[in-house]
Design a protein around this ligand. Sequence first.
Ligand code: ITT
Ligand code: MG
Length: 203
Amino acid sequence: MTKLVLGTKNKKKLTELKDLLADLPFEVLDLSPWPDVPDVEETGTTFEENARLKATGFARSVREYVLAEDSGLVVPALKGAPGVYSARYGGTHGNDAANNTRLLAELKDIPPEKREAYYVCTAALADPEGNVLVVTEGRCHGRIVSDYRGGGGFGYDPLFLVPEYHQTFGELSLRVKQALSHRAKAVSQLRPVLRRLSQQSGN
Ligand SMILES: O=P(O)(O)OP(=O)(O)OP(=O)(O)OC[C@H]1O[C@@H](n2cnc3c(O)ncnc32)[C@H](O)[C@@H]1O
Ligand SMILES: [Mg+2]
């Protein structure tokens, strides 16, 4: 079976991606078989640039098909912040608590009706030589609440209210998140390409 490597170092993101790809005829792997794989610097200023950098960079290192994505939270009232800097908004990369604390501080004086926000996920699939085959984008709209709700999900999820459900992604089950999320939408657009690839490879 053709290998598909998920080019991410975020464990929670990895869990969601693996689940979203579970029914496809690929041997889905994370980066753990390649412990010395160099980090890819996310020097882009757009989600697409960073997704391409990660897919290409990891594919060249592991020489397999790689799916990588760059994602984040966009708050129009904050001029689009945290945006591509979502993972390091609080100062330290990947510190969800610090990121959420800063988000709440920045939105302190913003009334509920102006606290709209959306998640973006831009996914890129690269071949083993590092050529990007396809880039897709998914979005998920919601609102930032002013108190933490629920312990599920990761990142900004305890503050991200899904209006249709009157609950945050911190409160909603993984099943609901996987039906609605930016990541699910980006991955579902990749499916036709992945199916074609698996047929070509005779999986
Ligand atoms: O780059 P990799 O290794 O994939 O892992 P990362 O966590 O650094 O990933 P990104 O650079 O794409 O930054 C994504 C950040 O955006 C936020 N984010 C993205 N998707 C999210 C989701 O589904 N729920 C909550 N926060 C999310 C969260 O703060 C993530 O750390
Ligand atoms: Mg990152």
